[in-house]
Design a protein around this ligand. Structure first.
Ligand SMILES: [Zn+2]
Length: 256
């Protein structure tokens, strides 16, 4: 008979196996060797506070970010606050930020069939065409648990790169369909000393560090950060001589 402990051990083994397969199969190499170390800021989902407060912090320093949006949830309330609506998306693109794909329905690739997941990616592209004709998603971020090997080849055909989590930077030869990100959020306890260490390592090794968060608010959700932390991270990134670019532009600069 299956005990609770056995079920837990089995679930952990399945997650480990899924992660290992996603990272080992269908790799598309990218050599990260930029002239200047690279830093990107990305906002997943993305709440209104990321479009106003988050953008204000970046724009104050003359830099831009990437918003990974699920257009099926546009304007709706979410766990990290109300998500951005059409006007916020349009203003963001006009200001030079990048919109990236996060599936139309914020699907977890670990929980749905690959064909459902990919249909939601297609639906997001169609929704973007209705809102901002002529705009295209060029990069992708996995919602929730992350990648599965079965969807990687189809996403590789559609996007220049895909991002997940990992709490680390991207150095040397990496998989462009599984770029790592460091989440700046309360849940990950990402404080400034941890981030400074990452930024200094990234500058020394001339790598590419991608930050991710959700809401940007004085009292953020467990998935968000304060404007003060975001501001401090941007300042420190610039102090280390890093170039701050949206994910799409950073990809082009990654080759040096
Ligand atoms: Zn998300």
């Amino acid at each position: 008979m299956m005990t609770a402990l056995n079920t837990q051990v089995l679930a952990r083994a399945q997650s480990g196996m899924r992660r290992a397969l996603a990272s080992r199969l269908h790799r598309r190499a990218l050599t990260v060797a930029p002239v200047q170390p690279l830093v990107s800021f990305s906002f997943d989902d993305a709440p209104s506070s990321a479009f106003d407060t988050g953008a204000r912090v970046l724009e104050h320093h003359g830099v831009r970010g990437t918003y990974y949006v699920s257009l099926g949830l546009m304007g709706q309330p979410g766990p990290s606050g109300r998500l951005g609506g059409i006007e916020e998306l349009r203003a963001s693109v006009a200001a030079g930020h990048e919109l990236g794909c996060h599936t139309h329905d914020h699907l977890d690739a670990w929980q749905v069939r690959p064909d459902e997941f990919l249909a939601s990616v297609e639906a997001n592209a169609r929704a973007l065409q209705r809102i901002l004709p002529g705009e295209h998603f060029e990069t992708f971020a996995y919602p929730k648990s992350g990648a599965v090997a079965a969807v990687k080849p189809a996403l590789a055909q559609r996007f220049l790169a895909c991002r997940h989590g990992g709490q680390r930077g991207n150095n040397g030869r990496v998989d462009r369909d599984l770029l790592a990100a460091c989440f700046l959020d309360r849940q990950q306890h990402a404080d400034l000393s941890f981030v400074r260490h990452l930024l200094e390592d990234n500058a020394r090794t001339r790598g590419w560090l991608i930050f991710a968060t959700h809401d940007v608010a004085a009292d953020p959700s467990p998935w968000g950060c304060t404007p003060g932390l975001l501001e401090a991270v941007v300042r420190h990134a610039l102090r280390t001589g890093s170039r701050i670019l949206p994910v799409r532009e950073a990809l082009r600069a990654a080759h040096g």
